[in-house]
Design a protein around this ligand. Structure first.
Ligand SMILES: [Zn+2]
Ligand SMILES: [Zn+2]
Length: 256
């Protein structure tokens, strides 16, 4: 199994999972050139992608989706998300949509996938749990608060992608309009650094191997600030990677 985040921030999100010759993307919110270049660096073409799993309709998660209309890639989303994307981007109607129900696990070419609801200001946002052989990878970005279900999902993950979007002080001091600040902080906005750390503090060191802190705001957060907050987290610290929001890929996670 191979996993790498191609990019993650408030500007764009996309990650690759490869397992036994199957290649899937989580979200396609990054410019198509960047996705193509990244895939080329692994000897892959856009046409080699078997499926995409979409979390929600915001542009930083589906910007490049339309480019998959000419490939055989299946696009997985729940009904409301698929409808919202097709409404906002009519080109997307040509995609090969595969509609799932939240909470109902299904198999995609040997990967067991389960989408779970997360509170965000969209029609029906989800996080994903991917069971890939022995490994459980959980993806959760774009959520306003850590619900009991979110905490539960995080606790079962060996590999966790977790939003750590903003520092409240930096958000407050930013030039963002008042309404946007309120949206980000709301229960259907984004997770603060403290929210992310409260989730991490309840994880078992016996289970979690790797945590990627993701969807970090470029203007209202900083790696230095997160590092400082993480200094009290103990042995778990060495397993946490703060993924730069400045268009750099994460380190890969790989099993032999
Ligand atoms: Zn987002
Ligand atoms: Zn969003």
């Amino acid at each position: 199994m191979f996993f790498q985040i191609i990019e993650t921030s408030s500007s764009g999100n996309c990650a690759l999972i490869e397992n036994d010759g199957v290649r899937v993307l989580v979200d396609a919110g990054v410019g198509i050139r960047k996705i193509r270049d990244y895939l080329a660096s692994r000897g892959l073409l856009l046409e080699d992608i078997d499926a995409l799993f979409i979390t929600h309709e915001h542009v930083d998660h589906c910007r490049s989706l339309k480019y998959f209309a000419k490939t055989n890639a299946k696009i997985f989303a729940n009904r409301l998300t698929a409808e919202s994307i097709c409404y906002a981007y009519p080109d997307s109607k040509k995609l090969k949509w595969n509609i799932f129900e939240n909470g109902r696990p299904f198999d995609f070419m040997g990967i067991c996938v389960c989408a779970f609801p997360v509170p965000h200001d969209t029609s029906d946002s989800v996080g994903y749990r991917f069971q890939i052989g022995e490994k459980c990878l959980v993806w959760m970005t774009d959520l306003g608060k850590p619900t009991a279900l979110v905490q539960d999902m995080a606790m079962g993950a060996q590999i966790l992608v977790l939003e750590s979007n903003y520092c409240p002080k930096m958000l407050e001091a930013s030039a963002r309009p008042y309404r946007l600040k309120m949206r980000i902080k709301s229960s259907h906005g984004h997770l603060s650094n403290a929210d992310a750390i409260s989730i991490i503090s309840r994880l078992s060191p016996q289970i979690v191997e790797k945590i990627y802190l993701a969807h970090i705001s470029r203007e209202c957060n900083s790696a230095e600030h997160i590092s400082e907050l993480l200094s009290g987290i103990g042995e778990m610290r060495s397993r946490i990677e703060i993924v730069s929001p400045f268009a750099q890929s994460s380190s890969p996670y790989e099993t032999v």
